[in-house]
Write a protein that binds this ligand. Structure first.
Ligand code: UD1
Ligand code: CA
Length: 502
């Protein structure tokens, strides 16, 4: 149910200078979602009838991301007049002209503020029939923030920015979080009166508070339950601190839900991932994107999964996987690299130093060692020997090779795609396969072995290898002589004509 009397304006036009980035600040990721995605998710929970996002800096990238995350928002461009007041003025203009109700203003760079706190703010605003309600916070160090100026009785008079504050005002520890609820009518009447005569030459939204007080309107300021909820991300130090705090909350949430996390400090779980009971995460593991992990799976240490689906009781050790599906009871790693389109069946194995890409590996099939399987279909129960290469690229095109059910590809073979190894077939070790192998056949493609006697003595004379060969030959001669002596000693007399030479 949407609330027809509620609108949200998200401010995201600022430059984010302190990030020192070519990427817009609100698009920097936090727990796998752009900063502004967290704000939009909260806005969605408020079920407001209208959500407006004001953009300017990197406007194309920001508006594309915003519409991607929440298609129903209205994107509004800020003009050359700078400041949060101008941003809200333009956002307000995008609401239906007859809109009467409350306008919630939030910043695109304050990602940890939750919907419950905002709903509480709207309720408090409505209960007090205020014209504006500011979400404030009590902090130990107010540096950089606007301060809430109250009179002796506690009435909110105005908000003063750090750069415009007097020495007395700078000692105030109740700060403006940059989150507000306004009566739409109050914004309509006061915003046009706000000027740019301040230290930053900007049209400050915060000036509306003083103007409303001057007009005899009621203003409320409600402190947030915790100061961290309203912390903004202005530079990369704050980005990392905010990410760590959010991650700690996410990890704790999964622990409470039945996931073993051996080392919360080195375990990262993105907000869109989900884990079942009795999943176990070992140190240094990152569960990223929209990854899902089924019951009993054990992941890590040192493993990153991006947008993967992991089946029940699977194990993944020291590996890196993106857009891969890993079946129940399957095992991956240590040191495997699963690229997009990898599907490993139940009970299957992708082992050590194996790279896969667009590879369907059937139930119980095994690719245990040192293999590249790109554009491969490996059927149930097949076994791929050590060092097999699915050569999928001819320099121009990619092609797929297939290995049939319960077939066996010998070690160090190359399958030059496209080739098809049928069900129940073998490929001999060391083969370069360029043609299909039929049902029940053995494909062999390699030079027949030839040994050249005496080569080492002739061509490597005087080397340690040659001396080793000499010694081994002597040893063999002694051995053969002793054996013959023993045979002579035990043989019946009539057999003693056997030659003792050689
Ligand atoms: C603002 C408040 C300050 C408060 C602080 C809380 C004003 C004048 N000051 O300061 O009282 O303590 O937030 O974090 O509002 N934005 C636009 N258009 C602009 C300028 C900014 O959309 O022209 C957006 C930014 O992208 C950002 C938000 O408004 O999402 C806040 O802007 P920012 O420049 O970070 O304001 P602060 O100086 O932090
Ligand atoms: Ca800010």
């Amino acid at each position: 149910m949407t609330d027809p009397r509620l609108a949200v304006i998200v401010l995201a036009a600022g430059q984010g200078t302190r990030m020192k980035s070519s990427r817009a600040k609100v698009l920097h990721p936090l727990a796998g979602v752009p900063l502004i995605g967290h704000v939009l998710a909260t806005a969605r929970e408020l079920a407001a009838a209208h959500v407006v996002v004001v953009v300017r800096h990197e406007r194309d990238a920001v508006s594309t991301a915003v519409l991607d995350l929440m298609p129903e928002v209205t994107v509004v461009d800020q003009d050359e007049v700078p400041g949060t007041g101008r941003a809200v003025e333009l956002g307000l203009g995008a609401l239906p002209s007859g809109f009467e109700g409350e306008v919630v203003v939030v910043s695109g760079d304050v990602p940890l503020l939750d919907a419950a706190t905002l709903t509480g703010l709207v309720d408090a605003h409505r209960a007090a029939t205020a014209s504006a309600t500011v979400l404030s916070a009590m902090v130990g160090d107010a540096t950089g923030y606007g301060r809430i100026v109250r009179d002796a009785s506690g009435t909110v008079l105005r908000i003063v920015e750090q750069r415009d504050a007097t020495a007395d005002e700078l000692t105030i520890l109740e700060i403006n979080s940059g989150t507000y609820v306004f009566a739409a009518s109050a914004l309509r009447s006061e915003l046009p009166r706000v000027g740019t005569g301040n230290a930053q030459g900007e049209k400050y939204l915060t000036d509306v508070i003083g103007l409303l007080h001057g007009a005899g309107q009621a203003i409320e300021a409600v402190p947030a339950p915790e100061a961290w909820m309203v912390e903004g991300v202005n530079d990369r130090v704050q980005l990392a601190a905010t990410a760590a705090r959010l991650n700690a909350m996410i990890v704790r949430g999964w622990q409470v839900a039945g996931v073993t996390v051996q080392d919360p400090a080195t375990t990262w779980i993105d907000i869109r991932s989900s884990l079942a009971e009795d999943v176990e995460l070992l140190p240094g593991t990152h569960i990223a994107g929209a990854t899902t992990v089924a019951r009993g799976a054990r992941i890590g240490p040192q493993t990153t999964l991006v947008d993967c689906e992991v089946g029940e009781n699977a194990t993944i050790v020291r590996s890196d996987a993106t857009l891969a599906v890993i079946g129940a009871n399957a095992s991956v790693g240590p040191f495997a690299y699963l690229r997009p389109g990898t599907e490993l069946g139940a009970d299957g194995k992708i082992g050590t130093f194996v790279e896969t890409k667009n590879a369907q590996i059937g139930a119980g099939a095994k690719v245990p060692h040192l293999t590249y399987a790109g554009d491969a279909v490996i059927s149930d129960g097949a076994n791929i020997g050590a060092g097999v290469i699915f050569a999928n690229y001819d320099g121009v095109h990619k092609a797929t090779s297939t290995v049939g059910a319960y077939s066996f590809v010998g070690s160090n073979s190359v399958l030059a795609a496209p080739v098809h190894i049928a069900d129940g077939a073998y490929v001999a070790a060391g083969s370069t396969i360029t043609g299909d192998v039929g049902i029940g056949e053995l494909g062999v493609s390699r030079a027949r072995q030839r040994n050249v006697p005496g080569w080492v003595a002739r061509r490597r004379a005087g080397t340690k290898t040659a001396r080793a060969a000499d010694a081994a030959l002597d040893q063999r001669q002694v051995g053969e002589t002793t054996q013959q002596d023993q045979q002579l000693a035990t043989a019946p007399l009539q057999d003693q004509h056997v030659s003792r030479e050689g």
